[in-house]
Design a binder for this molecule. Structure first.
Ligand SMILES: NC(=O)c1ccc[n+]([C@@H]2O[C@H](COP(=O)([O-])OP(=O)(O)OC[C@H]3O[C@@H](n4cnc5c(N)ncnc54)[C@H](OP(=O)(O)O)[C@@H]3O)[C@@H](O)[C@H]2O)c1
Length: 209
């Protein structure tokens, strides 16, 4: 049976290509959205669940019958950061619904244990941490929750995302951000590749074009 991918953030800059490419690749797709898009409603390989990712029942419903969760939820402007809260709900729902693969994203400025960032990237990360202290703390908490869990997670750290055509080269690096930008289509491609790839299980790689 074809795998089912549960997607949170499927209307976002990255998420819209994630949904598009997952359908193209023949996956069954379940999308959680507060504002479902009409175009997905009539697609037979897509199930849309209307709801908020902070609502446990909505997450549990999304995960029902899924094999993998991909979360590209964004930070709504002016609202408090909800990344750790959402991931903690996902982890509980994954146990309940028997799902073991979780793929999510973070900014490349998030510095984690084992990183060997260049001086320029360390300066950038420090500035970002000063400007967005609460969000970075929340992302750190999210990664801690994942490390405490026993599921197969991957946190893909991204550079600035541009809405351009897919390009051939995707650079990957476990220790340092290899470039400054990446197309949203390439981000989607990389995230979908992680579904069956074990290389980055329980790891937090950096990617770029
Ligand atoms: N953009 C960049 O340059 C960049 C760079 C590095 C890292 N990142 C990270 O990559 C991720 C994706 O970025 P993006 O630019 O694609 O995000 P985005 O365009 O802001 O997408 C946000 C999506 O999150 C969903 N969302 C927000 N709050 C929600 C809630 N309470 N419940 C359910 N869904 C919710 C929205 O879906 P609905 O409105 O349909 O509910 C929306 O489609 C983010 O975590 C961002 O921090 C982005």
């Amino acid at each position: 049976m074809t795998k089912c991918v549960a997607i949170i953030g499927g209307n976002g800059k990255v998420g819209k290509y994630l949904v598009e490419q997952a359908i193209e690749k023949g996956y069954r797709v379940r999308i959680l959205s507060r504002n479902p898009k009409q175009k997905h409603v009539n697609d037979e390989s897509v199930t849309v669940i209307k709801g908020d990712a902070r609502n446990y029942e909505a997450i549990a419903q999304l995960l029902r019958g899924s094999d993998v969760v991909i979360n590209t939820i964004g930070q709504p402007k002016g609202e408090r950061s909800i990344f750790a809260e959402v991931t903690s709900q996902i982890l509980i729902a994954m146990k309940q619904e028997n799902v073991n693969r979780y793929i999510t994203v973070a900014g490349g400025s998030l510095t984690l244990e084992g990183d060997k960032k260049t001086l320029i990237n360390r300066i950038g990360a420090t500035l970002f941490k000063l400007l967005f202290a609460k969000m970075i703390k929340d992302k750190e908490k999210e990664v801690e929750l994942l490390k405490e869990s026993d599921i197969d997670w991957t946190v893909v750290r991204l550079p600035f995302i541009v809405d351009q055509q897919e390009v051939k080269v995707i650079k990957e690096d476990l220790f340092n951000m290899p470039g400054t930008k990446m197309t949203s289509r390439n981000v989607a491609t990389f995230l979908l590749r992680q579904i069956d790839n074990k290389t980055y299980i329980r790891k937090h790689p950096f990617v770029s074009n």
